[in-house]
Design a protein around this ligand. Structure first.
Ligand SMILES: [Zn+2]
Length: 725
């Protein structure tokens, strides 16, 4: 979780490791365990589920007579492959009523080891790899000068400079020399601030961060947000909890080695590393937990430049804004007031030389990918420690990621032109409309909500802005890209991006702007805009395809869209109105019932054991879990509506259409994960591990238990279920 002022809900947001700088794209991530549902399922895990089909030994290999499904006049036998699903991904020896994730994904998990350079590998990663191959072809053409698309030269030059490893090696640390002079030259309050500002200009947020986003309470205008920042480990808990001691020890060794690579300093790298960790430990104490960061009301503490200057006396704020080249908005929103209240003291508690080590480490770590190989190799050691990966990403993949970070929409624009059929856009727009209708119908029929609240909720669904495929307008990138200056290119890109953001302070919000790129295999809901975006990169198998059945498409991409729409009404999104303002629109009684339902979800997921004796944080993940349960429910409703007048129904390898739908839901989450990555994600990631996204969502949905004939008391048909929407 980042210290961003508000949490944008995404489908599978990757929690950043360490300073989230535009220069350090988040490593493609991570691990999930193929574990028995112990703890998750309770002691009845081996309990007797009803056979899903009439050949119980072999699993549901035949249609269930009278299975609830679309009203049908004729049934046609086909295969799973015919409808777009994979028979080889199933584990037919396991009982779908005990652990449906294992049933739907067991074969896939067995057949798909995690690549050595990945912390997690899932069916989405597979598509992500295919996308990378497509993007690589595009970048190689651009580098060769093939084609005359807008921005082609810039794209090609950036990628070519990155691939020229020898040139990067020769360049050494020349490109960062000036900034290094600032970070190493800290002597007093003035030079301390100069170093902070120099790093902030590059989006390397040490001590605090500075973002400009929509004002949570006046969402048409951008305001400046400031919050505590600058931790090198994934979360404040790493510094505070004994269970992470090995990670802190390993981090200290890494910091020392990283600083040692610069050579020629008076202080010993080991001692400097201890200083860096000591400073971060103090910052961590003043940093909110990942769960606290999800509270928009607690995160919203408006102040202004004058009040801030009175509170933090050792920072010359006018000099800071001047150095950034962008004034703050009149209203400044502070995320963690106690951090700024303690900032003078924090600054004074460490000597200038100690701060110099801290700043210098963050500079080189954020730029590791564009410096000589030794820096990248050492940064890999940290990633290895935190996620369990065994090998670094191959250079072309790193260069694709760096290019995407620097000039992403140039890449998105060409990706769409080359790979995204306009027919996919039309179909997907209709799907989003269908899911929004399912949500409106669902709310209209809710038994626990009074009319006054209900009408506002339905109106909010109607107002969700639906962004599909790619933006209407593409960004431009007005900075120099040189074919022989990788580090310089990356720094100019970062400075340009940071300035673009900071310069928006006080200006109207551009709601047409996308916060994800068109080629990404992901989606998001933005509460301050009441909008959802579904990038082109996602609209491909195994999530979506024109020749897949309705059950398969709605179970996969339909579930994803339903998930995003439900985010508008999860514990976080429900606090925002139809125009994206943080404002209570609920009747008191309804709000209490809503909170009670959310608590049911949080309590249930808190019992899920993801690693031995490590449980899901129910409160951290409640928004995503509400969205998963709601997403599956809405997609099921939309699928039933689409099939209600079907003249024929299809039985695929013995599975009814309802069963196919649920297999599709589960199979989008088939994944493996390394234990260190699971541990990291349990701490920082608001999403539950993939297995529990399936297990949790479907056990709370009686339609699932009906489809597979699970008897009461089996893990997938528990006596108590939780539903919010
Ligand atoms: Zn989500």
């Amino acid at each position: 979780m980042t210290t961003t002022p508000h949490s944008r809900a995404t489908l599978q947001r990757q929690a950043p490791q360490s300073p989230q700088s535009p220069l350090t794209p988040t490593p493609p991530v991570s691990p999930v365990e193929n574990e028995p549902p112990e703890g998750a399922a309770g002691s009845g895990a081996a309990g007797g589920a009803a056979p899903a089909g009439d050949t119980s030994g072999a699993g549901p290999s035949a249609p269930v007579p009278g299975a609830p499904g679309p009203a049908a006049s004729a049934s046609v036998n086909v295969t799973l492959a015919d409808v777009g699903l994979e028979a080889s991904s199933l584990d037919r020896t396991s009982d779908p009523c005990v652990d449906f994730y294992q049933f739907a994904c067991g074969g896939w998990i067995q057949n798909n080891p995690i690549p050595a350079d990945r912390p997690r590998w899932g069916r989405g990663s597979d598509l992500d790899e295919r996308n990378k191959t497509a993007i690589k072809a595009l970048l190689e053409d651009a580098a060769k000068g093939v084609g005359s698309e807008p921005g082609s030269k810039k794209l090609g030059d950036f990628y070519a400079a990155c691939m020229d490893e020898a040139a990067a090696e020769r360049a050494g640390t020349t490109a960062i020399k000036a900034v290094l002079g600032r970070t190493q030259g800290v002597k007093d309050a003035r030079t301390w601030l100069a170093a902070v500002a120099e790093l902030h200009k590059l989006g390397i947020f040490v001590v605090w961060d500075n973002h400009v986003r929509a004002d949570l309470k006046a969402s048409a205008t951008n305001v400046t947000y400031l919050d505590a920042a600058g931790l090198g480990l994934p979360d404040r808990d790493y510094y505070a909890k004994a269970e992470f001691k090995d990670k802190v020890d390993g981090y200290k060794v890494h910091v020392g080695k990283m600083l040692g690579l610069l050579g020629g300093r008076a202080q010993k790298p080991e001692a400097a590393a201890a200083d860096v960790v000591a400073i971060e430990t103090e910052i961590a104490k003043l940093t909110r937990t990942a769960t606290e960061l999800r509270d928009p009301v607690g995160s919203y503490n408006p102040t202004d430049a004058k009040a801030l200057a009175r509170q933090v006396k050792s920072v010359d704020w006018p000099a800071y804004w001047k150095a950034l080249g962008a004034a703050p908005s009149k209203k400044i929103v502070v995320g963690t007031p106690r951090f700024f209240a303690a900032l003078d003291q924090l600054r004074a508690a460490f000597k200038p030389a100690q701060w110099a080590s801290y700043f210098t480490y963050h500079l080189v770590h954020s730029l590791e990918r564009v410096l000589p190989k030794a820096f990248g190799d050492e940064a890999f050691e940290l990633r290895k420690l935190l996620t369990g990966i065994e090998k670094p990403r191959p250079r072309p993949k790193q260069c694709i990621e760096l290019t995407a970070t620097a000039v992403g929409e140039l890449l998105g624009q060409q990706y769409v032109a080359r790979y995204f059929p306009s027919s996919s856009k039309q179909t997907a727009v209709k799907l989003v409309d269908d899911l929004a209708k399912a949500m409106a119908d669902e709310i209209a029929g809710l038994d626990w909500m009074a009319d006054a609240t209900r009408q506002i909720a339905v109106a909010k669904v109607g107002k969700i802005a639906r962004m599909v495929g790619f933006p209407d307008r593409w960004r431009t990138y007005d900075f120099a890209v040189k074919r022989d200056d990788l580090a310089g290119n990356a720094m100019r890109a970062a400075a340009f991006e940071t300035h673009r953001e900071l310069a928006r302070a006080g200006k109207p919000v551009d709601r047409g702007e996308w916060q994800m790129n068109a080629y990404q295999v992901d989606a998001y809901y933005e509460p301050t805009a009441n909008s959802t975006a579904l990038p082109a990169g996602f609209l491909q198998p195994p999530f979506f395809g024109p020749d897949r059945s309705i059950a398969a498409n709605l179970g996969a991409i339909g579930m994803v869209i339903g998930h995003e729409i439900t985010h508008g009404f999860d514990d976080y999104g429900a606090q925002f109105d139809a125009d994206g303002n943080l404002r209570n629109w609920w009747q008191k009684d309804d709000l209490a019932k809503f909170a009670e339902r959310g608590k049911c979800v949080a309590d249930q997921y808190s019992t899920f054991e993801a690693l031995p004796r490590k449980y899901i944080q129910g409160q951290l993940t409640v928004g995503e879990n509400i969205a998963d349960i709601g997403g599956a429910k809405l997609a099921f409703r939309a699928y039933r509506a689409a099939r209600k007048d079907a003249a024929k129904t299809y039985v695929a390898d013995g599975f009814t259409e309802d069963q196919q739908f649920f297999i599709a839901v589960a199979q989008i989450w088939c994944a493996r994960e390394r234990p260190a990555e699971t541990e990291r994600r349990l701490t920082v990631d608001p999403h539950s591990p993939p297995k529990f996204r399936v297990y949790g969502a479907l056990r709370n949905l009686p339609a699932f238990a009906d489809a597979f004939h699970c008897v009461p008391g089996t893990p997938m048909r528990p006596s108590k279920t939780c539903t919010v929407w």
